[in-house]
Structures are given as structure tokens and as C-alpha cells.
Write a protein that binds this ligand. Sequence first.
Ligand SMILES: Cc1ncc(COP(=O)(O)O)c(C=O)c1O
Length: 399
Amino acid sequence: MEFHISNRMSAIRGSAIREIFKFAADPSVISLAGGNPAPELFPNEQLAEIAQDLLKNQPVLSLQYGVTEGYTPLREAVKARLKEKERIDREGDDVIIVSGGQQGIELSTKALVNEGDTVIVEEPSFIGATNAFRSYGAHLVGVPMDEDGMNIEALEKAIEANDNVRLIYTIPTFQNPMGATMSVEKRKALYEVAKKHGVVIIEDNPYGELTFDGTKLPTIKSMDTEGLVIYCGSFSKILAPGLRVGFMCADKAIVQKVVVAKQVSDVHTAMLPQLLAYEFMNRFDIDALIVKMRANYAHKCATMLDAIETYFPKGVFHTTPKGGLFVWCDLGHGIDTLKLAPTCAANKVVYVPGNTFMVDMDKPCSALRLNYSTMTDERIVEGVKRLGVIFEKELETRK
Ligand SMILES: Cc1ncc(COP(=O)(O)O)c(C=O)c1O
């Protein structure tokens, strides 16, 4: 049967990353595509201990309906952590627990964006967010990324050139897909531009704690005197993504609408994962776990960058991340990395083609995203080596 698909969903394609996961499921394939945290870092023993205790000793709390805003002690713990780690502590703000940072982005869009309204995104940007904006019929406008974050002049031009600009979506720290970090000057400038034009910012920060050398730049939210910034955070990359526990901090008026939007979507985030996140922080040292993660990813990133320097053709651009999970490369010369992906998959190595992260996904793109968090050192090096051979051949044909 031919199903009638809504306008809202018919324009949206499934994520290429999900498609690539089909290849990546083959254990002989070296996947530099996904964005998953390193599974060996999951504190599964500790979580098992807490889960058993909760289900035996607090069955009603664990299994009964909860409130939409989230488990109160977890909200309080998140507020305290935001204050301590990110200097986020605005009087008029509130925190809601959401089912992953992704839901914070989606519900903010549901609450603030009408069909046809403009949402400004960094280009390239995270496809989970761009697809959330598309699913509400937003008019997406891309602003080019420099190595130190969104180009602020282009941002201001985009705001002036478009009607009904409702949101600016940014991932200032260890951006997905580029691994880039926005400078402090640009963070301040972005906030001032948004304030001048009365546009709300979504600051998405799932990777901020994964800084390799411990350096942390101030969040845009920490500069927010007006309540313009919606801050989305998550336990996915500092605990485990399968828990689906994230949080959002925004002006109370926005949070109130998001609470209603969430009631319609999933009533509340599942209690057991919320309790697991809360009790893990209560009984164990989450900061010690984060320190381990930083060291692991710093090492893997260095391994990947070394391999890129050794095996990629000279002149291929790559970013040098200071944290997070991704390296962005650009082959240039009009190469279409989407077209090259099947050859790479046939050689048992996969990446995410750059077009996935663009506003116009149909336009050929010479860039690609590589992830270093899930493979062993040996496989990272072997994967980059295989890609290097294919890229070299492709570049030869262009000479
Ligand atoms: C930039 C960015 N934001 C949000 C998310 C969503 O994370 P989660 O919903 O698991 O918290 C991701 C996941 O990869 C991401 O890369």
C-alpha cells in the first residue's frame, strides 16, 4: 500500500549514519563513522549494583510514573553541577530532565518554531538537530564554520537577510562534526548579536566535559543575563547513551512550555535511568570516570591525527580537536565523499560523508567526518591507512 506521509516527514531522509551502521555491524569493517562513546568505559558493574538495589528496595520510585520535569534530586544535582562546572546559575532559569540532549533540541523547536520560521545553524552541523528543525518545517540557513567556530559576520548577515529568525543552533565546544571549539571572543560576539536581534540561542554541549587537557572555555549560557540561551546537556557522553538521560536549562517561561511539549511526547524520561544517573553521581565519582574518558579519547585522537599525517595524501585538510569525538577532513579538488564511500566500504572502512551535515544534503561535498572513540589504536591506524590509499588514487585521477 502507498502510505500518505505527512509533509513534515516526507522531506526528511534517514540519517546516513544509520545507513552506514548497517556496514559497521560487520565486525570485520573498521567503523570510523559512528559517534558512540568507548564501550569499555561504561561503568556497568556499578550501574548493575545500583539497579539491583533500586529495584529491590525502591520498587515504587523506580517503576511508578514520575513527574514530567524529572526526578527532583537529579534536577537539583544537575543544577548544582551546572553551577560548579559551567558557572550556569541565572535566577530566572529552570532545569528539566529530558530523554537525551536530542529531545531537548526537539522540544525547544516544538515550543518555539512555527512552520516557515528560520533556524540558523552552523554549517556543517549535527544531523540530529538539523532533522529536528526540518521536522517542524523550519527554514534552515547555514552559517559557515571557521576553525574557531561560527563566522559571526555571516551570522549577523543571515539574521538580517531572513524573516522570523527564531533560533541560532550552536555546538561551541568540540563541535560535531568538526571537532572545532568556538573562541571566547566569538562566544561573546554571538551572544551580543543574538541579544541585539532578540533571537534565542540553543547551546548544545554534550562534549564539553571531554576536554583532553582539562581546559574549559566559558559556556555561552554562563554569559546569559537575558534568558536568551537554551542550554542542552547530556549524560550520554559522560556516563552511557543508552540510558537516554539529558537535561535542559532555560528561562522558566521556555521550560514551562517544554514541559507541556514533553508531556505530549513521552510523559517523562524513564525513572530507572534517571535514578541510575542520580545514584551513580551520589555513590561513585563521576568526575574520576570523566578523567578516564578524557585520557582515553585524547590518546585515540592523537593516534588518529598521527595516522592522518602519515597516510593521507599531503594537502588534505584536517581539524585538530582539543576534545570530543570527531576529526573533520576535507579532500578538496571537487571530490564527492558520498560517491567514494562505497569504495571505502568495499575495503572495509567507513566514515560519514560531509554532505550529511549540510543544509543542502544533495550538494556534493569533499569533506568527511572521522570518529576515533570506538576502535582500537590498531584499527584506527589501519582504517586511516586504507582510506589514505583510496584518497590518493582518487586525487591522482584529478591531476
Ligand atoms: C552535538 C550533539 N548533540 C546532541 C546529541 C544527542 O545526544 P543524546 O540525545 O544522546 O544526549 C549528540 C549525539 O551524538 C550530538 O552529537
